[in-house]
Design a protein around this ligand. Structure first.
Ligand code: 1HE
Length: 254
C-alpha cells in the first residue's frame, strides 16, 4: 500500500493498482517512486504481478503539471529514472501482466510496453500525444514501442498523435488480448495464475533472456539462448516437468 498504489495478493499473484483516478492515473514522481519501490522489493511469495488502474484508466502518462517545472538537466535525470524503473519492470525477473482500460497514453504506453502480457478493454486509447504537448517521449518508447510496432509506424503515430483503439492495438502488438468492458482484470488474473504455474526458472529465463537476446547480434543471441537452455534444462524443475508430462499428471514445481 502507498499513497498512489494499492497492493493486494491472491496466492502467487500480486496486484498493483494505480490509484490516482482523479488525475486519470497520471504518472507523478511520487507514483513512479512507489512503483519502483514495489518492484525493488515485491511482497514475499510473489511469482507474477498484475498492474491495473483504478477508475477506468490504466495510466494517462506523465503528470504534465509536474513536467512544467523541470530544466534540461532535471529532465534528463527524470527520463533516465523512468528508464531505470521500466527496465526493472521488464527485466526484473517477475512476469508482469497489464489489465488495461481507458488511457494508455504517453508514459502509460511506456509502462504498458515494459510489461509482458497486455490485456485491453474496448475503452482503451493508445496514443503518443507528445507532439501536441511540445515534448518528446522519455520513458523508453523509442526503444520498446518502436520494437513492437516498428520505427516507421511509431514516427507516424507520434507525428499525427492518432489514437489507436483496442482492435488496432492487438493487430499491431501493443496489446495481446482484446476483452469486453470490465473483463481485463479477471482475464489478467486467470493468465497470471497460469503463468505462476510455470517453472520459476523458465519464467525467469523468458523475462531476462528474450528481450536481451533481441538486442544482441545473431551469433551472440544464439549462444546466450544455449546458456539459458543449459541452466533451465539441468534444473530440478526440468526433471519434474518432463516426468510429469510422461506420467500424465500436472507438474509440481518448487
Ligand atoms: C492529468 C493528466 C496528465 C489527466 N497529467 N494531469 N499525457 C497526456 O497528454 C494525456 C492527457 N490527458 C488526457 O488526454 C485526458 O485527461 C484523458 C483522455 C486521459 C481523460 O479524459 P477525461 O475527459 O476523462 O479527463 P480530464 O477532464 O481531461 O482530466 C481529469 C483530470 O485529470 C484533470 O485534472 P483536474 O484537476 O482539472 O480535475 C486533468 O488535468 C488530469 N489529468 N491527464 C496531469 N497526463 C516519460 S515521458 C512521457 C511523456 C508523456 O507521457 S506525454 C503524454 C501525457
Amino acid at each position: 500500500m502507498g499513497q498512489f498504489i494499492d497492493v493486494t495478493q491472491d496466492g502467487p499473484v500480486t496486484v498493483l493498482t494505480i490509484n490516482r483516478p482523479d488525475k486519470r492515473n497520471a504518472m507523478s514522481d511520487g507514483l513512479l517512486a512507489e512503483i519502483d519501490g514495489f518492484f525493488q522489493a515485491p511482497p514475499d511469495g510473489t511469482r507474477v504481478v498484475v498492474i491495473t488502474g483504478r477508475g477506468g484508466h490504466y495510466c494517462a502518462g506523465l503528470d504534465l503539471s509536474e513536467h512544467q517545472n523541470r530544466d534540461a538537466e532535471a529532465t534528463m535525470h527524470h527520463s533516465r529514472n523512468w528508464h531505470a524503473v521500466m527496465d526493472r519492470i521488464q527485466t526484473g525477473g517477475l512476469p508482469v501482466v497489464s489489465a488495461m482500460s481507458g488511457a494508455v497514453i504517453g508514459g502509460g504506453l511506456e509502462l504498458a510496453t515494459s510489461t509482458h502480457v497486455r490485456i485491453a478493454e474496448p475503452s482503451c486509447i493508445f496514443q503518443l500525444p507528445e507532439g501536441r504537448r511540445g515534448i518528446f517521449v522519455g520513458g523508453g518508447a523509442t526503444v520498446r514501442v518502436a520494437r513492437i510496432i516498428g520505427p516507421d509506424r511509431m514516427t507516424e503515430m507520434m507525428l499525427t498523435g492518432r489514437k489507436y483503439g483496442t482492435e488496432d492495438a492487438v493487430a499491431m502488438g501493443l496489446a495481446h488480448y482484446s476483452v469486453g468492458e470490465g473483463e481485463s482484470l479477471p482475464k489478467a488474473m486467470e493468465i497470471a495464475h497460469q503463468i505462476a504455474g510455470n517453472a520459476a526458472l523458465s519464467n525467469y529465463m523468458m523475462i531476462q533472456g528474450i528481450a536481451r537476446i533481441n538486442d544482441m547480434a545473431r551469433s551472440d543471441g544464439l549462444f546466450v539462448e544455449s546458456l539459458c537452455a543449459a541452466l533451465s534444462q539441468t534444473s530440478p524443475d526440468a526433471l519434474e516437468g518432463l516426468a510429469a508430462f510422461l506420467e500424465k499428471r500436472p507438474p509440481q514445481f518448487r
